[in-house]
Design a protein around this ligand. Structure first.
Ligand code: 5GP
Length: 355
């Protein structure tokens, strides 16, 4: 399946702090270990472990955040994550991250996001297009048109389920202020066993009313009431949908809400007991919009090519079907129409290889 790696791909569900290279995490942990802030040996074991329950995943994120949450590191990991997706031939990336406040180091949600933007600007190996084409701000590294790789990047700001309504609202207001630097929407994520839908709804509704796109982590645990409430909200996409019941599938399908499918993540966290019963198969057969994504390629030791290979092997997709599936992701992006057109051209020019 050597054809999967060069195939143009779209990534719509990738968390910044879940997509850090192991080598970078270990390097950063070693430095903190030397300073006595953490016990490096403990961290090393956790980072290198490969099977994790959903609960363990969130414990790992707390550890990762201890290691990564300073401006310089946020800039570095943003740069590396985008570089790694570009190597995977991702042509459009929607990267999501939770803006964080840490008064002890003078970090506000805004300065956290500015560090992310700095990371995007610091990439020189590939052309990164992350502001709307209509924006007057010029990129220092815009495409030189001589065959360099180009990746479109748009940002989603995540609300963590541990947050209050006020804090969620702060994130939405920040997203609105940062629309001119590629922020297109809001994600609701974090431990699904924590928090109530009613806490986040006011901020999500405000975001929607102000034309931000919304994607929700939905149905990662059995919570029928919340799943129905989320679907009634009519988000623009949902992620995971592992514990959806018949009535949920019916609603999702009737609203044509695209699903971000994260195969390795669902299997490793045991949200789905075996790949043969993964809802990918039913959604694909029903021609429901879906897009294959990594979720956290660092935490789950995967790549987007690997996720496509897994789908091809598990569900018997052919080369042409896989290419069509990848291309169909364009419609599920939160990009401007002009970018969607450009993506269409990129896929069209690659299509002779995938017939
Ligand atoms: P960050 O937002 O800090 O860049 O990325 C890590 C955060 O994304 C985690 O702390 C968590 O809130 C969220 N996240 C990452 N993977 C998952 C997942 O599989 N499920 C949920 N619900 N949240 C996740």
């Amino acid at each position: 399946m050597e054809w999967i790696h060069p195939m143009p791909k779209i990534e719509l569900h990738a968390h910044l702090n879940g997509s850090i290279r192991d080598s970078t995490l270990l390097e950063l942990a070693r430095v903190l270990g030397e300073k006595g802030v953490i016990e490096f040996a403990d961290v090393e074991n956790v980072i290198q472990k490969n099977d994790r329950s959903l609960d363990e995943v969130f414990k790992l994120f707390d550890l990762i955040h201890m290691i990564t949450t300073d401006h310089q590191t946020v800039t570095r990991i943003t740069r590396e994550v985008v570089q790694d997706f570009a190597v995977e031939n991702v042509v459009y990336l929607e990267l999501r991250t939770t803006p964080k406040r840490n008064d002890s180091i003078g970090m506000s949600k805004r300065s956290y996001m500015e560090a992310v933007i700095k990371g995007l600007r610091s990439i020189s190996e590939v052309d990164v297009e992350f502001v709307a084409a209509t924006d007057s701000e010029k990129l220092h590294n815009s495409c030189d048109g001589v065959g360099r790789k180009k990746i479109y990047v748009r940002l989603l700001l995540s609300i963590d389920r541990r947050e209050t309504t006020e804090s969620a609202m702060e994130t939405v207001k920040l997203a609105l202020e940062m629309r001119n630097v590629g922020v297109v929407g809001i994600d609701l994520s974090g431990n699904p066993l924590v928090g109530e839908w009613s806490t986040f709804l006011p901020a999500l509704q405000f975001a929607k009313d102000n034309d931000l796109y919304i994607t929700l982590h939905s149905g990662e645990v059995p919570n029928p009431k919340e799943i129905q409430a989320m679907l009634d909200f009519k988000p623009h996409r949902v992620g995971h949908a592992c514990f959806f019941k018949d009535q949920d599938w019916e609603k999702l399908k009737s609203f044509r809400i695209p699903v971000e499918i994260c195969l390795s993540s669902n299997i490793i966290t045991k949200s789905i007991s075996s790949i043969d019963i993964h809802h990918f198969a039913d959604l694909y057969k029903a021609k429901h919009p879906l897009i294959i994504c990594t979720d956290d390629f660092g935490v789950f030791s995967t790549t987007l090519s690997n996720e496509y290979s897994l789908a091809v092997r598990s569900f018997g997709l052919g080369k042409r079907e896989t290419f069509a599936l990848a291309k169909s992701g364009i419609d599920a992006t939160f990009a401007e129409d002009e970018v969607k057109q450009q993506l269409g051209l990129i896929f069209d020019s690659a299509s002779p290889e995938y017939v």
